[in-house]
Design a protein. Structure first.
Length: 264
């Protein structure tokens, strides 16, 4: 069995070895009669060899606990040399990995906006383009799941029912953003979409019933004023682009609300 909670060894019939100092024993003869192991994660492997048996213990997250049967066995030393547990690059530099993801997020978003606007200059059909975007996303997820990067979550009817409103709001917000991109300048669409935090705060206050402090409302006031001024002075302004961007804001706000409910 790949997962077990305890393993019992007889000190007279089993011998314990380690190719990487898995258990640094002071005396080879002082082998404990019982070894209790936590459930095994699927990561770094450390081999434990016994007579006629070979277990691959994966101990990158859960430590092994050695229980000595007698007082004589209590001086066998530390059960595991922590320096032997190899850490991935992400474990060593989590801030760097997070910063890299933020950079990729903004960089790819900029490239997406530029290519999107070029497409609409020659092919002004935002609904069709949006469907292609979503289909590419579906294919990307299916390929990633097929290679377990990341591992696919178990899906059932209850989970699908819970996530369907989230998916609908996300699709609507994405399509309306593209409609706005096709109708007005990309910069103006993003200016209007800067109202999303304000709409999120309003939904949290009046729909979810969360009390939003006055300081937060005051911090959002400059955003509302800035978007209003930008809308009045935008040369490429039209109602299709403005209304589509606002619908996108509302859709993404409800996506956040449904996502929050799904994660509770």
């Amino acid at each position: 069995n790949s997962r077990f909670s305890s393993l019992y060894l007889s000190p007279t019939s089993s011998s314990l070895y380690s190719s990487a100092s898995f258990l640094p024993l002071k005396r080879r003869s002082s082998i404990p009669s019982a070894l209790a192991f936590s459930p095994l994660p699927k990561q770094t492997k450390y081999p434990l060899f016994t007579t006629g048996l070979n277990y691959s213990l994966r101990l990158s997250q859960f430590p092994a606990v050695v229980a000595a049967a007698t007082a004589e066995d209590a001086d066998i030393g530390p059960a595991l040399d922590q320096s032997l547990i190899s850490k991935s690059f992400g474990d060593k530099y989590p801030a760097l990995i997070t910063g890299l993801f933020f950079f990729l997020w903004y960089f790819l978003n900029v490239i997406f906006n530029i290519l999107n606007k070029k497409v609409y200059n020659y092919f002004p059909y935002p609904y069709f383009v949006s469907v292609v975007h979503l289909l590419v996303g579906v294919v990307y997820c299916l390929v990633s799941w097929s290679v377990s990067l990341p591992k696919r979550a178990p899906i059932d009817k209850d989970l699908l029912a819970l996530l369907t409103p989230v998916a609908i709001c996300h699709a609507l917000g994405h399509v309306m953003s593209n409609v706005s991109f096709a109708a007005v300048a990309v910069s103006f669409t993003h200016t209007v979409k800067a109202l999303e935090p304000f709409i999120n705060a309003s939904a949290s206050q009046f729909i979810l019933g969360h009390q939003i402090p006055l300081s937060l409302w005051l911090s959002l006031a400059p955003v509302v004023i800035g978007v209003s001024v930008a809308s009045l002075t935008e040369l490429s302004f039209n109602w299709t682009g403005f209304v589509s961007a606002m619908i996108s804001n509302i859709a993404f706000t409800y996506r956040s609300i449904y996502s929050k409910k799904a994660m509770v």
